[in-house]
Design a protein around this ligand. Sequence first.
Ligand code: OAD
Length: 237
Amino acid sequence: MRLTEQDHLFVLTGAGISAESGLATFRGSGGLWNGYRVEQVATPEAWDADPTLVWHFYSQRRRNASSAQPNAAHVALTQIEQQLGDRFYLCTQNVDDLHERAGSKRIHHMHGSLFQSRCTRCDQPFPDTALYETAETLPQCDQCGAPVRPHIVWFGEIPLDMDAIYRQLSRATVLLVVGTSGSVYPAAGFVDIANQQRTRTIYVGPEEPLNREAFDEILLGTATEVLPSLIDQANAT
Ligand code: OAD
């Protein structure tokens, strides 16, 4: 991937970039949680029906993410960010904090953050690392007493700050997509927007995504196998 001083790099990451840190992806092998598909625990309907189940799911994910470490792919993205400054933008579908722990700064979590919660009435997100695994421990708002939920965008809800994302995408000359199956919109449609504006598009992952035909280049391999050298080449120009 060669970059010039004119290039603006927009990176989209999915669950695959954290796979080599030991965090399970949603689809494919290991993509189930206690026999539930993610769609069964990550929806407003699931929350209405069984908030204990939903908090149990996200508590387990908090525990797993806390004990995981950023990998070489997360680190490679921080290196290119340092070089490009505000010509770099990272949009992640992931709710873990491994990008931040690797050192990423210009990052947007379009599906929310695992280590934030928000009151279902006041709607203000706040930092929260606690685990809520039983009905007795479910959290309530200090201010108004309403139930507190994970600050996560569930299926059927609108991802966060899409205007800012589309503004950044419109500036991009290169779209690099890493470790996402291309099955969840709007993120799966970013490559189509990029194609309309003739942005170069590159996909990195061990298997082709569902929207493979939309990409100029597909680099097959895991994130840690491909990203460090891809980014070194960019540095070289
Ligand atoms: P998926 O689980 O759908 O896809 C993970 C992708 O990562 C697959 O295409 C794998 O081939 C790839 N992959 C696996 N190991 C990899 C590795 N070592 N390096 C690189 N890639 C690897 O995850 P997402 O596409 O991120 O949303 O899922 C999108 C959204 O669906 C998630 O943000 C989540 C989920 O439901 C919500 O919770 C709202």
